[in-house]
Write a protein of this length. Structure first.
Length: 341
């Protein structure tokens, strides 16, 4: 298979979170051909009626290569020039999927076994596919998770703590504000306090950060707002208890902080001979909960262009990733062999 053609074929199948069926069918067919010629097996791991993970195995997997097949909106089709492949999910993570498949193909041609490919749904929203896979592990000892790290091995990734901040008020005519109570004013006060809470710093992962992502509320310019909402995301670098307490104190008397999601920060291992980095984004790794083995995080492309209209992946990094994934798998196989002896 050709890594550039495969990357573009994957990009051109729209797979915004919740709508992964078509790309799942494409991957199932692609991996079925590969498995059919190399003695493997492929299955759909159902997540919901229209959504499924795709798992291909060759023997009892010692190492699993995994990433997600869903994307953020909006969809836009692929194109390429001499240096890059462009399009939605070029680096996050359709190019990674292609590199993993090509790496597996090469390893299988060399007669290797003890390998799995696992492509999951829902990472961009709630890691539904990874949580589902965690319920059905297959004995894998190592999980190589793919996200854009510019082909450097991530030593850790920040977690996430997401809240809805909700304020309630009382409607009144805007000409007589004293008769009402503005939920928007209360929400703004709560958000101002939240912006000034002290957040922790980790010596490896760096500072925790807070982002106010959405704001909504009110009914009309001439009505005192009776309700207002905001969504915030805090990037965790360690234990969340102190941060959660600080959030509660900040909104007290103004609004309610409703916790939506928590994904812990993680520290990851090293492998000799690989350049390293640290990433600020969250991944599926916490959702797997160690059930698919000790996790590593690496992939082609830059997170700085992911989720943008300039999303692209360097062709050279795609080619390098095919070799990197092979080298990692072999190194982990050798490492496990030494431990067994």
């Amino acid at each position: 298979m050709d890594p550039f053609a495969l990357t573009r074929s994957l990009i051109d199948i729209e797979s915004v979170t919740g709508q992964e069926k078509a790309v799942g069918e494409f991957l199932f067919a692609t991996l079925s051909k590969l498995a059919g010629s190399s003695g493997g097996s492929v299955e759909r791991m159902e997540v919901s009626s229209q959504r499924f993970n795709v798992l291909a195995t060759w023997g009892l997997p010692l190492v699993t290569l995994s990433t997600h097949m869903d994307t953020v909106p909006p969809f836009f089709a692929s194109r390429e020039d001499n240096e890059f492949i462009w399009g939605r999910a070029a680096c996050d993570t359709k190019g990674i999927i292609a590199s993993m498949i090509l790496a597996a193909e090469s390893l299988l041609e060399q007669g290797s076994r003890g390998l799995a490919l696992l492509f999951v749904v829902g990472e961009e929203r709630n890691s539904a596919g990874a949580y589902r896979a965690a319920q059905e592990p297959r004995g894998s000892r190592y999980l190589i998770n793919g996200e854009p790290t510019e082909n450097r091995l991530a030593l850790g990734s920040k977690g996430a703590l997401r809240y809805e901040i909700a304020a309630e008020g009382r409607m009144a005519h805007s000409a007589y504000p004293e008769l009402g109570e503005s939920a928007i004013d209360k929400l703004l006060n709560a958000l101002d306090r939240l912006r000034h809470i002290e957040l922790p710093v980790d010596k490896v992962l760096g500072p925790s950060t807070l982002n106010i992502g959405t704001l909504s509320g009110g009914r009309a310019p001439n009505i005192i707002a009776d309700q207002a909402r905001a969504e915030i995301m805090i990037r965790l670098v360690g234990d969340s208890r102190a941060t959660r307490e600080a959030v509660s104190r900040a909104v007290k008397g103004c609004a309610e902080a409703r916790e939506v999601l928590e994904i812990p920060a993680i520290h990851l291992g090293r492998l000799q001979g690989f350049e390293t980095t640290v990433v600020a984004y969250t991944t599926d790794i916490p959702a797997f909960g160690g059930t698919w083995g000790k996790p590593f995080l690496i992939g082609p492309g830059s997170i700085h262009v992911a989720h943008t209209l300039e999303e692209r992946v360097p062709k050279q990094q795609l080619v390098e990733a095919v070799e990197i994934y092979q080298r990692m798998v072999k190194q982990l196989w050798n490492q496990e062999s030494k431990l067994a002896s």
